[in-house]
Design a protein around this ligand. Sequence first.
Ligand code: P1T
Length: 378
Amino acid sequence: MRFATKAIHAGQGPDLRTGAVNVPIYLSTTFKQDGVGQFREGYEYSRTGNPSRASLEATLAALEGGEYGLCFASGSAATSAVIDLLRPGDEVISTIDVYGGTYRMFRQVYAKYGIQFHFADSADPAKLLERASSRTRMLWIETPTNPMLNVHDITLLSRRRPEGALLVVDNTFATPFLQRPLELGADIVVHSVTKYLGGHSDVVGGALVTSNPEVHERCQFYQNAVGGVPSPFDCYLVQRGMKTLEVRMKRHQENAAAVARYLVEHPRVGRVFYPGLPDHPGHEIAGRQMTGYSGMVSFTLAGGRSAVDRFFGRLEIFTLAESLGGVESLTCHPFTMTHGAIPAEEKLKIGITEDLVRLSLGIEAVEDLLEDLDRALT
Ligand code: P1T
């Protein structure tokens, strides 16, 4: 099956009893045992396993080209399941421009358990791997990164990683339609399904996909033991959203490409960050490992913070809000919003300045989006 077909059919055949073409929302918390320990389809208690969740997990695994999928109550909960694979004394090398909440979790939650996080401020794999030691157990990357849209070479990092280190890719910005990290050598893919996979800004959720049976077993243990699971209704919403992932992504990126081209020419705009631009430093790598450039664009605005506030105030179609990847266009101020938890000096080092604006291009008519930007930038 091709991608669009899998998104609609993998893990979600018609209901065996009724023929319902959509997977029912199994709201039951518990399941009858025909005798002690005699489960009908392996289901026992909905924290441990639920048919609506199992179906979504199977669809996600199929889309990422992995063996196993696991769903969580948020992208952050999926991240914590992956970090739980580590022990005190282990070291992680992470790119510094990760989602601010990921940085906060590494620094303010897991560092206190004796896990050491090194943050590399470069997209150059040699520089990233300079921090490696015999204790390095994990490389954590986003690609493209949030919010600077840097691109990391997954194949190269997979080849050059220290022995025994797992390569984890947060694939939220790309989605499996545009990039499948497991096929490029990554061990684990993480998603905030809140974003493009859900696609309609109406559900918070997370997932991980792997083909490594030990990783799956340990993360599944964590999923049940800690219990940060999504509700069956949330699973339904994400599965419904994913059916249209391919058509939405095509439009998201068409709109992003048009907006990036517009911004490059605008006299009030400074730098434009979009991997689809030929002079973007990650353009060539993105061309190799992705089949498109996704729907996110960041840029700096002449006139500093006051110009940014004026821009936000004048927008009529773009909404100033956290999050991304929904059908509606959003904008945000990474310095204070999504990346507020990162110390200012760290942010400034990687280009998250006060004059940086992030756009998440929705699937509205591009003419309306361009007119909105034109109005707000005038
Ligand atoms: O919000 P949550 O579902 O917990 O996902 C966290 C997360 C993980 N990884 C990436 C790349 C993300 O962008 C996020 C969440 N990001 C935002 C809310 C944002 O506006 O950037």
